[in-house]
Design a protein around this ligand. Structure first.
Ligand code: NAD
Length: 300
């Protein structure tokens, strides 16, 4: 039997990277996007990753772009949806996927935070619907969270995890369908406190970033937070929590400081200003530093 055929729905930032990685592992990949410019840009974006990682014309030749969802998924064994993070769009796509894909095709969403049960709300057979949460850039970051809604999803989850492992990703199972899964819950718990510290005038945004990157962040790629707790002792962890947890920020919604920046149009690198100030050159330098670091990590 040949390698499973992959369809990726959405040719954006995540979609093209996911497609590249499957193609690099020898899978035929069809990428669908309803916007012609996204499909026109696909070969160039695939080529850019090849130029950075592996110069092999066969990779690009395995990736086909189309505007037509039904054609993209007609013979796919696995579909990965990477369309915009809007529930209505995803629900509509999954309704179409149920109609157009083969009965045995596994249908996955790369949603960042939306519970899979909400995305699958209008689908009849939910046993083949999963979350597969890749991390940006998906051709370089190894983790994929495989999210199940319940035990009915387990066979599909195990099949997808085996495939992802074969392709070179590191799948983990998320056994409850909760908003944000594991990684984004952790990441945004950290961001909530980071924003609260800046808003309270404890430090500026650059200092927060330095404290993370040069402090505990310097070891995070090799020492997880619970491993680190075991290393220092759970008694110390508890003593710290007794003092600290009652003092942490618990704002139950986006912080007003974040809202205020957005209202001023300070939305980050794309606007030249967010928590910090950016020029196109300094923004590109950060992206380049990240690419080089992740590529080195992958090859180490
Ligand atoms: N960007 C990240 O860091 C990141 C990380 C992990 C997960 N995700 C998730 O991946 C998904 C895609 O994010 P992205 O950053 O690639 O977005 P993006 O905006 O770069 O790409 C989305 C693509 O979907 C296309 N699209 C729009 N409507 C569509 C439809 N009805 N059917 C198919 N395609 C459609 C757009 O034309 C665009 O090319 C989102 O759910 C996002 O939350 C993003």
């Amino acid at each position: 039997m040949g390698k499973p055929r992959i369809a990726v729905i959405g040719a954006g930032l995540m979609g093209h990277g996911i497609a590249w990685r499957f193609a690099a592992a020898g899978h035929a990949v069809t990428v669908q996007d309803p916007h012609a410019p996204a499909i026109e840009a696909l070969p160039r974006r695939i080529e850019e990753i090849c130029a950075f990682l592996v110069r092999d014309a066969a990779i690009a030749a395995r990736v086909t772009g189309t505007l037509d969802l039904a054609a993209a998924v007609a013979d796919a064994d696995v579909v990965i949806e990477a369309a915009p993070e809007r529930l209505a769009i995803k629900q509509e796509i999954f309704t179409q996927l149920e109609r157009c894909a083969l009965r045995g095709t596994i249908l996955c969403s790369n949603t960042s935070v939306i519970p899979i049960s909400e995305i699958a709300a209008k689908v009849t057979d939910k046993s083949r619907i999963l979350g597969t949460h890749f991390w940006n850039p998906p051709h370089l970051v190894p983790l994929v969270e495989v999210v199940s809604m319940g035990s009915d999803n387990r066979p599909a989850a195990e099949r997808i995890a085996a495939l992802l492992h074969e392709v070179g990703w590191h799948p983990v199972f998320v056994n409850r369908d909760i908003a944000g899964f594991i990684g984004n819950r952790l990441q945004h718990a950290l961001k909530r406190e980071a924003i609260a510290l800046v808003a309270a005038g404890v430090c500026d945004a650059e200092t927060v970033d330095d404290v993370v990157k040069l402090g505990f962040g310097a070891r995070l790629a090799v020492l997880g937070p619970l491993e680190q707790s075991d290393m220092v002792g759970l008694d110390l962890t508890k003593a710290i929590h007794d003092v600290l947890l009652p003092d942490l920020d618990v704002t139950p919604h986006a912080h007003p400081y974040l809202d205020a920046l957005i209202t001023k149009g300070e939305t980050g690198m794309k606007a030249g200003k967010g928590f910090r100030t950016w020029t196109p050159e300094t923004a590109e330098a950060v992206r380049e530093r990240l690419r080089a670091f992740l590529a080195g990590m992958k090859n180490s």
